[in-house]
Design a protein around this ligand. Sequence first.
Ligand code: SF4
Length: 282
Amino acid sequence: MEVLVAEYAGFCYGVKRALGIVDEALEAGQGPVSSLGPLIHNRQVVDRLKDRGLAEVTAPAEAETGALVIRSHGVGPQAFEEARESGLTILDATCTFVKRAQQAARDFVEQGFETFIVGEADHPEVVAIVAWTDGQARVFDPLQEPPVPKGSKLAVVAQTTQNLATLQQATSYLLNYARELHIANTVCGATTNRQQAAEKLARQVDVLVVVGGYHSANTRRLAQIGSEITTTHHVETAEEVKPSWFEGAGRVGVTAGASTSQEILDEVVQRIVALGKQLEQE
Ligand code: SF4
């Protein structure tokens, strides 16, 4: 059984940067370090950071003292304000590409465009983008096409982990109502690369294994892309991989979301290779 790994898989720029910021703060040992929400959507990595001393809070006031890390998804202006008022040192790990989406949405709203965000309404990144527009941008749900008056001045931004096809679908719909339509393609390169690589790999294999947090939007999207093409399984760890998945499979593909560490990806690949050898001997 041949095991292939996607050309782009695992930690992206924004996640590596956030982990680097936390690492530096923990190493410096200058007081407590907390993250506002889980630093990344990967339970195993978050547990390891907790063991090293990273606390997790749900609101800035809970941190009381020390440094507060703003994770790569970003937060709205109010959370920054609360952190400042609580006297915390802010370590802003908001990903540069997420900031670009926040800024684009804000600019569109300020210029008087009715602004839509193509994304998941309850995802922290989208919640923060809406907050930066003072609640004025609306989340576009492709399944419930929103009513829009004809002749509107419209603008669109996307959650950074959205599928490009979903953004295209939203813009085609809005074009029917727009006198003017401005699009900021804020889907990040890491997302596009991982999605395209997953799609390419899915076409070459009998079974695709996607590794990453069950709460990770970009990992779930990779699993969705894979499942439209081939038999796909989403796992968080190597222990979850089942031998029965590979019976009769000639080629198995492995990919991983942007918040999956190389270590966990390697563990999954090693387990699949070992299971493949076992099946060959049976
Ligand atoms: S997926 Fe893209 S936007 Fe999100 S943290 Fe990674 S690099 Fe940044």
